[in-house]
Design a protein around this ligand. Structure first.
Ligand code: NAD
Length: 296
């Protein structure tokens, strides 16, 4: 397990892949964005021209891609991973995709005799940089144990959820539904402090030792709201994608989740207003703007 492929060198993939380089692995990258590839080469990585090249050469290939469509293209395309993998390879998708996409890829992998794990992560860009990610892995436990030392280079908590390929994704979608709630809650609750002239730094210090505390409050406030900087991070569009998957999952299981439905509607509106590529903490600014107008 010395030669590692990494496809998708974005906000998450770049720090994850460069951490592996730091650990002495030979890491071969691929991204549609040539600027990202350049940055990766400057960090000591190698680049190949095609996804298929990684499938032929590497012992393990990890992916961190922004959508189910991108994951489908990379795994199931004519030049994709499954079609060109050798039999000893392990393919690990760390993206958050629809559970159905996990199943579709697992079916193709089984048919091709290739090992595949669906391993979404939580912990954000900071977690990727600091190697504190949580991995929620669905698929064969034997394969999970085989790649565990590699995952432990990238994350502090690596869980095998179940042999069902979409089990990690289910846990991840529950996580992100909660993230959607907390982000909306922080965005609205802080407006009362603004109106009542309570300093937001002091509010944080007090709530940080009270039951109103949450990791999302800490993340959204300290890194983004207090800094007035909404460079992602985790974008509104990525959160919306995950909320959509979570609500599809609820619907398929005949669950009526009325507040979650409102949440999905809210983030859809926020994306349509042009906030999609900003960090999700920007919801605070949107609520602030609307509540000033007395609309919110
Ligand atoms: N950003 C976070 O905080 C965070 C946290 C946990 C999980 N995730 C999940 O991780 C995944 C990646 O998120 P991100 O924030 O790094 O996204 P990103 O948009 O920053 O990075 C995705 C990268 O994939 C590349 N890409 C897109 N299509 C491709 C293709 N067909 N072939 C090769 N490269 C392609 C893009 O050019 C980009 O560099 C998503 O599924 C997201 O839901 C993100």
């Amino acid at each position: 397990m010395n030669k590692i492929g990494f496809i998708g060198l974005g906000n998450m993939g770049m720090p994850m892949s460069t951490n592996l380089i730091e650990d002495g692995y030979q890491v071969i990258g691929f991204d549609l964005n040539k600027q990202a590839e350049e940055e990766f080469v400057n960090a000591g990585g190698e680049i190949r021209e095609k996804v298929a090249d990684l499938a032929k050469e590497c012992d393990v290939v990890l992916t961190s891609l922004p959508s189910s469509e991108a994951v489908e293209a990379v795994f199931l395309g004519v030049d994709g991973l499954i079609a060109h993998s050798h039999k000893e390879i392990v393919l690990i998708d760390t993206s958050t995709v629809a559970p159905e996409m996990n199943e579709k890829i697992a079916d193709a992998a089984t048919e091709a005799g290739v090992a595949f794990l669906a391993a979404p992560v939580s912990g954000g860009v900071i977690g990727a940089e600091q190697r504190t990610l949580t991995f929620m892995v669905g698929g064969s436990e034997k394969v999970f144990k085989q790649v565990l030392p590699l995952l432990q280079c990238l994350g502090a908590n690596c869980f095998h959820v179940a042999k069902d390929i979409d089990s990690g994704t289910t846990v991840k979608l529950i996580n992100n539904l909660l993230i959607g709630f907390y982000t909306a809650g922080v965005s609205e609750a802080l407006q009362i402090a603004n109106k009542k002239n309570i300093d937001l730094d002091r509010l944080f210090d007090m709530l940080n030792v009270s039951y109103g505390q949450s990791r999302i409050y800490e993340r959204n406030y300290k890194t983004f709201i207090a800094e007035q900087d909404y460079n992602p991070g985790f974008t509104i569009s990525l959160l919306l994608k995950d909320l959509g998957f979570a609500m599809d999952l609820a619907e398929k299981n005949q669950l009526n989740l009325p507040i979650s439905k409102q949440l999905l509607k809210l983030y859809r509106e926020v994306e349509q207003e042009g906030y999609g590529d900003k960090d999700m903490a920007v919801l605070y600014e949107r609520v602030k703007k609307l509540s000033r107008k007395g609309i919110g």
